[in-house]
Design a protein around this ligand. Structure first.
Ligand code: SF4
Ligand code: SF4
Length: 281
């Protein structure tokens, strides 16, 4: 759409005309990566011009290619910037219904918990309000928590009601907020843990806290404990540790170090899952 906007606009306009004649109201999904964020206003304007009335924004999840992940994963500052842009965008397009996926539930972290509860906002509901099914019938707690270890059963072989009631995988995700990995994490100490809880995809073990959250709602002591206090200071410390040229330039740039920190954030459970998949091919 960004490469050939006029051509794509024409196709999408035809699609919207056809579907509305059938009484259907279609929406668009937009993945929030660095590429889409750099053109965010333009993309929304294009989609609005074409006539979309519902847009769902999805958090960028780790792809198999780690280099791509490092390149496309918005860092914490970019996510906070996106939050500001989104508020403005929602005001600019009042006729469009904007929705965010559960992976972006941290956007609702400042909502008083009683209001969140009354609106039914529950953040991560893997294996609770949602299930996902693969083309081979395998059942997973959500479309992003997949792989052999996370299979709850198979619709072609098992009784769905029995899987829903008895699956240990589903039970584990339904109660993740009560488990040690979550309770010990920044999410476990965050005051938004009920309406948000973070996305399990970003947890090292696919069960604990969300290490990619841009702004946990924590006390200062807890922010320090989880390394969320003064990230720029951390980067400057690393730069000083590596050293400077005679001319005073750091050997590692701010952006480079941010990239290393982002690579460290690549969830270990996704690495394991990719490794298993590669061996099976
Ligand atoms: S720390 Fe976790 S629970 Fe709190 S806002 Fe961030 S992702 Fe949500
Ligand atoms: S793990 Fe939870 S928050 Fe993440 S995509 Fe699945 S249901 Fe949503």
């Amino acid at each position: 759409m960004l490469e050939q906007p006029e051509k794509e606009k024409e196709k999408l306009t035809q699609l919207i005309t056809m579907t509305s004649e059938l009484g259907l109201d279609i929406g668009a999904n937009l993945i929030i990566s660095n590429s889409t964020l750099s053109e965010f206003e333009y993309i929304i304007e294009l989609l609005a011009t074409v006539g979309f009335k519902r847009l769902t924004l999805l958090r960028y999840k780790p792809p198999e290619d780690i280099d791509r992940w490092v390149k496309e994963k918005p860092d914490e500052y970019t996510l906070l910037e996106f939050e500001r842009k989104l508020l403005k965008t929602v005001d600019t397009y009042p006729h469009i219904q904007f929705r965010v996926d559960c992976g972006l539930a941290f956007l609702e972290r400042k909502l008083p918990s009683q209001i969140a509860e009354s609106k039914g906002i529950r953040g991560c509901t893997a294996g609770n309000r949602i299930l996902s099914m693969a083309p081979n019938g395998a059942i997973f707690p959500c479309s992003q928590l997949v792989g052999q270890e996370l299979s709850a059963g198979n619709l072609l072989e098992d009784d769905l009601q029995s899987v829903w009631i008895n699956s240990e995988v589903l039970k584990r995700y339904r109660s993740f907020r009560t488990k040690k990995p979550f309770k010990a994490s920044q999410c476990g100490h965050c005051s938004a843990k009920i309406q948000c809880g973070g996305c399990r995809v970003f947890a090292e073990d696919a069960l604990g806290g969300d290490s990619g959250c841009p702004e946990p709602v924590l006390t200062t002591a807890m922010l320090r404990k989880y390394g969320k206090y003064g990230l720029s200071d951390t980067i400057v410390d690393i730069q000083e540790g590596i050293g400077f040229t005679d001319g005073g330039c750091p050997y590692a740039s701010f952006e480079e170090i941010q990239g290393w920190l982002a690579a460290e954030d690549y969830p270990k459970w996704v690495l394991r899952k990719n490794e298993i998949r590669r061996k099976q091919l």
